[in-house]
Design a protein around this ligand. Structure first.
Ligand SMILES: *[C@@H]1O[C@H](CO)[C@@H](O)[C@H](O)[C@H]1NC(C)=O
Ligand SMILES: *[C@@H]1O[C@H](CO)[C@@H](O)[C@H](O)[C@H]1NC(C)=O
Ligand SMILES: *[C@@H]1O[C@H](CO)[C@@H](O)[C@H](O)[C@H]1NC(C)=O
Ligand SMILES: [Zn+2]
Length: 491
């Protein structure tokens, strides 16, 4: 009797809208609106426009992006979420300008490699050019023996590109006293990709300018004839440690020991505003957050992560996962990664690995019921899932493709509001919201974190691979080879 009365009064409460509004996958899905996603991307695009066209690590555009997310997570939604900034440091590098004047003061086409040391400013380096031998079989000036008998003291060394790392050639040149290196391409033309000198070589090199083969071919006979050619190389570069931040925000509701996590990177590349990469993921999880805050009664805690410095080599997310204790890692029951989910000519690719559990199925189910052709790919270490996979946490992700034909504006200034397929963006965001909603209420089909002995061999191999990927994922300036992209060019 008393019980019945209690139930009746609970019903009464519910009918007067005082009771909790239960979170369901359907509600989260329905709350995702194209117009709201548009608003977020419009804001991120404006942030880039107001800050030199970029939201990259180490720039004012990144800070403004952090403030934008905090304004929601911390200020507007503060009643429902606990939010904190996780600071970390990383090397910022940027060639602000590079120029080369030939012996007669003529302008010569020149490209700067990543992590190029700067020359003195404003004059640059003017010095006599010295030619060095070529060996296209073994590589030119790749071995100490090839430098035997060469004295480059106070000179600019003219060296052919290819075969070994550029940084190796430059180290030898420096050891022989060179004040700079003019590296000429093996192929004619000016359409070449800048390599990286590697973060590990900071402080060990001299400034480098990469010039066309045709220019070197014109200078070499003149040097052989004994002419003194004195070009001027100017590199205005910054290489310094800068602070950056991940934003972590989680619901105040749900079991704190059972966390469903969703993540996207908040930084862009220096070359552009990063609206598809990864404004799309950023906006999707912000909108999921805005939906979640309206509901109650779910079993598991929902945690959101906006990662910094992804484009510099997954720096923020790896800092986060490396900082987790075993205990904290165990609490993360699932991680969803959303990086590039609105490519203008999209594929609908679901990334997975051996311990992805039900996640891919949840995403595929919704996409296929909306007429999408889903494809699958094994995780390859090119986005922020890497650290979670490394920890054996069940993980999946959505990806609509980078580079032509999927996203020809990948890592370029044109990755702006015009670079978005709004229909694909909305469907993917809804698929994401729904999957989060399912796991917020039930972990059925979610495997435990995978760190038991039977998998040890695989895990060791994977850890090794991730170290390799991490090493390869340094950003190449002016090229499209970044975290998502092709392997980092060092040669
Ligand atoms: C980042 O570097 C600054 C300056 O060296 C230092 O004060 C700060 O503690 C560093 N932060 C982290 C997270 O290492
Ligand atoms: C290149 O180096 C190899 C190995 O030292 C040598 O055998 C070959 O003769 C060299 N070629 C030229 C063109 O110097
Ligand atoms: C879906 O993919 C299959 C296999 O690649 C292909 O044959 C089919 O044409 C695709 N359908 C659509 C609608 O893209
Ligand atoms: Zn990305």
């Amino acid at each position: 009797m008393r019980l019945a009365r209690a139930a009746a009064s609970a019903l009464l409460l519910a009918s007067t809208c005082r009771a909790t509004d239960l979170l369901t996958p359907e509600k989260l899905e329905a709350d995702i609106k194209t117009q709201e996603l548009q608003r977020v991307l419009w804001s991120l695009n404006k942030i880039a426009n107001d800050n030199g066209g970029t939201r990259a690590f180490g720039t004012a555009g990144y800070k403004a992006s952090v403030d934008f997310v905090l304004e929601r997570a911390q200020t507007r939604f503060g009643k429902h979420f606990n939010t904190y900034l996780q600071p970390f440091n990383h090397t910022y590098e940027q060639t602000k300008s590079v120029s080369l004047k030939g012996p007669k003061g003529e302008t010569v086409h020149v490209v700067s490699p990543q992590y190029n040391p700067g020359t003195p400013l404003p004059g640059g380096i003017t010095a006599s050019l010295i030619n060095t031998p070529v060996n296209d079989t073994t590589g030119s000036m790749c071995f100490e023996s090839q430098w035997a008998g060469i004295d480059a003291t106070g000179k600019l060394a003219l060296v052919k590109r290819g075969t070994c790392a550029v940084a190796d050639k430059v180290k030898f040149a420096k050891a022989k006293g060179a004040v700079g290196v003019l590296l000429y391409n093996q192929e004619p033309g000016t359409d070449y990709v800048a390599p990286t000198l590697g973060e590990a070589n900071i402080g060990l090199l001299v400034p480098v300018g990469i010039i066309p083969l045709e220019v070197a071919n014109a200078w070499i006979p003149r040097l052989a004839a004994g002419e003194d050619l004195r070009p001027t190389l100017l590199v205005d570069a910054i290489v310094e440690t800068r602070e950056s931040w991940n934003i972590i925000s989680e619901t105040k509701t749900g079991d704190p020991n059972k966390v469903v996590m969703v993540g996207a990177h908040l930084d862009s590349v220096q070359e552009g505003p990063g609206i598809n990469d990864d404004g799309s993921g950023t906006a999707a999880i912000l909108e999921i957050m805005g939906s979640v805050k309206q509901y109650d009664g779910y079993l598991h805690r929902i945690r959101f992560g906006w990662w910094g410095a992804e484009e510099s080599g997954l720096i923020g997310s790896l800092f986060y996962t490396n900082s987790l204790s075993e205990l904290e890692a165990d609490k993360i029951k699932y991680y969803f990664n959303f990086d590039m989910i609105a490519s203008p000519n999209p594929m609908f690719e679901i990334s997975h690995y051996i311990n992805s559990g039900i996640g891919p199925e949840l995403l595929a189910e919704y996409l296929e019921s909306n007429g999408k052709n889903v494809t699958y790919a094994e995780f390859d270490g090119r986005s922020d899932y890497a650290g979670f996979v490394e920890l054996g946490i069940p993980t999946t992700g959505l990806f609509t493709g980078d580079g032509a034909p999927w996203d020809p504006c990948y890592h370029q200034a044109c990755d702006s509001l015009d670079n978005i397929n709004w229909e694909a963006f909305t469907v993917n965001s809804k698929a994401a919201a729904r999957a989060v909603g399912v796991l917020a209420n039930s972990l059925e089909g979610v495997p435990p974190r995978q760190r038991s002995t039977p998998f040890l061999r695989g895990r060791d191999a994977m850890t090794h691979n991730f170290r390799r990927w991490k090493a390869l994922s340094e950003h190449a300036h002016g090229s499209v080879s970044c975290s998502h992209g092709k392997k980092k060019l060092t040669v």
